[in-house]
Design a protein around this ligand. Structure first.
Ligand code: AMO
Length: 427
């Protein structure tokens, strides 16, 4: 037996030599005298020519197969080389006919069909390309932070208290006691700044989102960062800028074929991302000055402003009203009505939230009291601030939001492998 040749390497095979490929039957096309079989593996496509009776042995599309044959030059074949005189072995049972024709250049199916049949629809090169963007983004995230003194951490997902405002937590039974699925590694990343100074985490977070929207999932991948010994949130924003630039650069470097297949125009990340105060953002969006938060339509307007005024796909809004941000956000010392928090908007959609945090024990006790939160569920977190935690801040990027904006997808579910939402728990 010969070692496996990958489809992408077939053009380099010596004509007349035997080769062995493995993959899926991507397409079978019967002509009068011949059957063309296209095999797809993780690297690309290869053409196999089947003559005469052997054509009856070609298994249905999406069956995994092994094909041994002779490398033969043919200008019309992808890459100029095809396999002839093949011996075809099915490596599993014949596959059922797929719900959509995967060999077509673009998938002709609605989102529910794609999601219901995710196990097979993700095989389409255009679909798979989306996750290739996600994988490259993760690589860029890690590379950028690893290069600047950050330590990757992993924190528990079964937790005792909610961390983010709002009641959107999933309750679980924890050995007879109530517990929650973590909405964010927020508390742990802050406490771990006390150990490592700079930490990041890549992991799932859970939000019991009661609404059906095109940008919310019940489970998503959160890219969390936290750094200590900062002056204020502007240092956090500078770190965020470099992380996002690193992610885009990694997509360019590691997912070039996916970018090309999807026909994407990757965003430039300016050295200085345009920065607006919340008050200015409201004005630009034409919203009333007493609005407590930015609605999706406001974010769209601000995104358009950043593109028109600065040629930027990104814009940071800082200084959201303190009362409307999570209790751990640091107020602006000059005017505590406003906070040292920020959001990053990417092509008109919120991609990131972040802030400088409170870091003194007394500030936590007072803030919890002012907000009417019970102390007990937060005790172990708040007590950590008696152990000496330096001034710090951080942010979280939603992975699916990032890929959704890169691809300018209308619905976040289009870029999520197995989305979880109000209605969907399978596949
Ligand atoms: P926040 O709750 O704003 O902040 O979440 C941070 C980022 O995560 C993404 N995101 C979501 N993506 C998909 N589905 C959802 N339901 C969803 N909710 C949020 C968004 C958002 O900007 N602890 C803070 C972060 C911090 O301050 O470090 C937090 O979780 O892209």
């Amino acid at each position: 037996t010969h070692t496996r040749t990958l489809c992408a390497d077939l053009p380099a095979a010596t004509p007349g030599q035997p080769v062995r490929i493995q993959g899926w039957v991507h397409r079978r096309r019967e002509l009068a005298q011949l059957t063309f079989l296209v095999v797809r593996d993780r690297t690309g496509l290869a053409q196999v020519v089947v003559r005469g009776e052997a054509a009856d042995q070609v298994p249905p599309e999406e069956t995994p197969v092994e094909v041994t044959g002779t490398a033969t030059a043919n200008e019309q074949a992808p890459g100029g080389v095809e396999l002839t005189e093949p011996r075809i072995t099915a490596l599993s049972d014949d596959a059922e006919t797929p719900p959509v024709e995967l060999w077509r250049p673009t998938l002709n199916a609605g989102l529910p069909t794609l999601l219901d049949h995710a196990a097979v629809t993700w095989r389409h090169p255009m679909q798979r390309a989306k996750w290739e963007l996600a994988a490259a983004s993760l690589k860029g995230f890690r590379e950028t932070l690893d290069a600047t003194g950050f330590t990757e951490v992993a924190s528990p997902k079964l937790v005792e208290s909610a961390t983010e405002s709002g009641a959107n937590v999933f309750a679980v039974d924890y050995f007879g006691r109530p517990a929650y699925l973590a909405q964010s590694p927020q508390f742990y990343k802050q406490v771990l700044v006390g150990v490592f100074e700079r930490v990041y985490e890549v992991g799932p977070v859970f939000r019991a989102e009661p609404h059906d929207t095109v940008r919310h999932l019940a489970e998503y991948v959160s890219l969390d960062v936290e750094l200590g010994f900062i002056e204020d949130h502007h240092e956090v924003i500078a770190c965020l800028r470099d992380v996002v630039a690193g992610m885009v650069a990694a997509v360019r470097e590691y997912a070039g074929p996916a970018v090309e297949r999807l026909g994407l125009v990757l965003p430039d990340v300016l050295e200085e991302i345009p920065l607006l105060h919340f008050r200015e953002a409201l004005e630009i969006a034409g919203a009333p000055a007493d609005e407590p938060d930015l609605a999706p339509a406001h974010e769209r307007a601000i995104g358009e402003w950043a593109k028109a005024e600065h040629g930027s796909d990104f814009v940071v809004v800082e200084g959201y009203p303190t009362a409307n941000r999570a209790f751990y956000s640091h107020p602006d010392p000059a005017d505590p009505h406003w906070s040292r928090s920020f959001d990053l908007i990417f092509r008109g959609v919120e991609l990131v939230s972040g802030a400088q945090r409170l870091h003194r024990y007394d500030d936590y006790v007072r803030t919890l009291e002012e907000r009417g939160y019970p102390y007990a569920p937060y005790a172990s977190y708040v007590e950590a601030f008696r152990r000496g935690i330096p001034p710090h801040g951080g942010f979280a990027i939603g992975l699916e939001r990032f890929v959704g904006r890169l691809t300018e997808s209308a619905n976040i579910r289009e870029v999520t492998l197995f989305p979880r939402d109000l209605h969907r728990l399978t596949p």
